[in-house]
Design a protein around this ligand. Structure first.
Ligand code: ADP
Length: 620
């Protein structure tokens, strides 16, 4: 008897040791719930030396118990099966009582309700639906212990048939309970972890979305587009069926808002896409309340909200968030669905963040809209002036030319000089008017290019011809340094002449007498713009003239009417429009432009233009 007792104690302490060890290991399985559950079950069966066992977890929604792990003969079929909440079972009993249930005579126990593995003929009529086909295995004894996490039942551990055939004792129950407590904590942690993980994944997806939105928003200042991008994201991230963005109508009219963007509404709806750009009432509906209170609203029982006005047929859920900038409600973002489950609180959080995110862009583009209105008026004016000046300038040039050529009589030297001055002045006036007109068009995004595959060398020659005199006058050299067989570029012939003329004229103007202007061009791999085409023509216009200071370099391409002090000192005529326009033209061609310069030493202007091959290949 003593040896028996010793052996019992011995095995008990071994069990406890094993249990301790396994418990400490459970916490490492946090990232994979299924593996954790499997491990728990195996350990329980091992430690208590049983033949089989199963682990069931409660399904949070239905309350049913679901087999998550089953060990033993034919156990695989059990995984995933449900024990309904209402039906009697040992699992349900252990859960309800929150304590272990021992059954050592399974065959005669009424509560034993098909939890596991029975194969005897005598059982077949007793329970058909739950019966699992098996060979010779028979559950004789079962120990069922609830898994309690912070006092809450989350499932059960059930072990079956001790290998030595002995019945389950209270001591076994205590041991399994201790183990179950540890296991439950590990399960709960792993579940929380998985949940966190899900949240994290969702948040990352959302952030990616926001980054994409930022990108699209930064690319456009068109209010409609900004709103459309925002709305698309709102609808895509939630599962809404329809949505709008509307902004409070300015011009002292707070009764109405302007429908900027709409998606998913049928034609008969007041928010149908056909009324985009028109006003809709701002003071009614749930959106009216959101505007008034500057607070988001999430309603799942629309019909019960007294403010609700139907805009989407059969809608049951709606989220409306205010778009706020500088603590002023600019408008609303609203999404809705006819399926309650489509919209959740998480969606509302997301929408609020989205609205926060988009509101500066919307505010900006609103301002921009007003600004571009002014800009358009100015561009119209410049266009009008340019047009009005064109006829008189043409006739001035024509008559001056006739006079200068002596067609209407001989001229003395002074008369010739005067006429030349008039002629040059008219030319400058013409260039100025053209630059003004172009730059306004460029600002208004109305400068259209007539693109095609063109040869570069003829462009240079075409530029130089009218400048020959200017170079001769200053006794400057022009050096051409490029092969004749350069690959064709993709560009607008006239505009590229304009670009080259601007650079070469500046070289001539801002280089003293006897200086040199060198024009280089080469085919090159596009190392200057990794997002651009692969191969470009790299052009350089180099002079050994007055150069520019660091500060000048920062301003030259960006500031309209900028002229450096040294440039003004040269007495060369200029407006400070050429470089801004030139840069715009080059960028519009898909090229890059930059300049290196040192005061008193000289300047080298660089620019690139995509090769025609590259563009044509991309288009195919
Ligand atoms: P501008 O009509 O004054 O020549 P641009 O827009 O062509 O206007 O050039 C702007 C200014 O950039 C010039 O006024 C001058 O200060 C500077 N700049 C342009 N090209 C050169 C150059 N080759 N050398 C030195 N300064 C230059």
């Amino acid at each position: 008897n003593k040896t028996q007792l010793f052996e019992a104690t011995q095995s008990r302490s071994q069990q406890l040791e094993a249990l301790n060890e396994i418990s400490s290991q459970l916490s490492t399985e946090i990232a994979d719930v299924d593996r954790l559950l499997d491990r728990i079950m195996r350990s329980a069966v091992d430690i208590l030396k049983c033949e089989a066992g199963s682990l069931l977890l409660e399904d949070e929604e239905s309350g049913d118990m679901i087999f998550r792990v089953a060990l033993g003969p034919n156990a695989d079929d059990l995984v995933g099966r449900r024990l309904p909440r209402e039906e009697p079972s040992l699992a349900n009993e252990a859960l309800t009582r929150a304590e272990s249930v021992i059954v050592n005579d399974a065959a005669s126990d009424k509560r034993w309700f098909g939890e596991v593995i029975e194969s005897d003929d005598e059982d077949e009529d007793e329970d058909e639906t739950e019966a699992v086909p098996s060979t010779t295995f028979k559950s004789r004894a079962l120990l069922t212990t609830p898994l309690l996490a912070q006092g809450q039942p989350i499932g059960v551990l059930q072990i079956i048939n001790k290998k030595n055939g002995s019945p389950f004792t209270n001591e076994d129950a205590t041991l399994l309970t201790t183990f179950a407590a540890q296991a439950a904590v590990a399960i709960q942690n792993a579940r929380l972890y998985a949940l966190q993980d899900e949240r994290l994944i969702q948040r990352v997806a959302e952030l990616e979305g926001l980054a994409a939105i930022d990108q699209s928003l930064n690319q456009t200042l068109e209010l409609q587009q900004v709103a459309q991008v925002t709305l698309n994201w709102a609808i895509r991230q939630s599962k809404a069926k329809a949505g709008i963005i509307a902004l409070i109508h300015q011009e002292s009219d707070d009764e109405n808002m302007l429908l900027i963007s709409s998606s998913g509404y049928p034609e008969e709806s007041m928010f149908s896409a056909t009324v985009i750009g028109e006003t809709v009432p701002a003071k009614v509906g749930i959106w009216g309340r959101v505007i008034r209170t500057a607070t988001p609203s999430f309603t799942r029982n629309l019909k019960e909200d007294p403010d609700y006005i139907e805009t989407f047929p059969g809608a049951v859920a709606q989220i409306t968030v205010p778009i706020i900038s500088a603590s002023e409600v600019l408008g609303i973002l609203m999404i809705e669905s006819d399926n309650e489950a489509d919209l959740t609180l998480l969606d509302m959080e997301f929408l609020t963040r989205l609205a926060d995110h988009a509101s500066p862009a919307i505010a900006n583009s609103k301002l921009f809209g007003e600004l571009s209105h002014q800009q358009k008026a100015r561009a119209d004016f410049v266009r009008f002036i340019a047009h009005e000046l064109k006829t008189p300038m043409t006739s001035m040039k024509g008559y001056t030319d006739l006079l200068m050529r002596g067609v209407v009589g001989p001229l003395n030297e002074q008369q010739s000089n005067f006429l030349e001055t008039i002629f040059n002045s008219v030319n400058r006036l013409e260039a100025l008017v053209n630059d003004l007109r172009d730059i306004e068009a460029q600002d208004a995004n109305q400068l259209k290019l007539d693109m095609g595959a063109i040869d570069f060398p003829p462009i240079v020659r075409e530029c130089l011809r009218p400048l020959e005199q200017a170079f001769e006058r200053k006794e400057q050299n022009v050096v051409l340094d490029f092969p004749e067989d350069l690959p064709q570029v993709w560009g607008d012939h006239q505009r590229l002449i304009q670009v080259m003329t601007n650079f070469i004229t500046n070289g001539n103007k801002y280089t003293p007498v006897n200086g040199t202007v060198t024009i280089k061009a080469e085919e090159a791999v596009n190392i200057w713009d990794t997002e651009g085409v692969r191969r470009v023509l790299h052009v350089q216009i180099q002079d050994n003239g007055i150069g520019m200071s660091e500060d000048d370099l920062k301003r030259i391409f960006k500031e309209k009417y900028f002229r450096s002090d040294t440039a003004r000192d040269t007495d060369e005529p200029g407006t400070g429009l050429g470089m801004v326009l030139t840069r715009g033209l080059i960028l519009q061609h898909g090229g890059q432009v930059w300049v290196e310069s040192e005061p008193g030493v000289g300047s080298t202007f660089h620019f690139t233009i995509p090769l025609a091959d590259e563009i044509l290949r991309e288009a195919m």
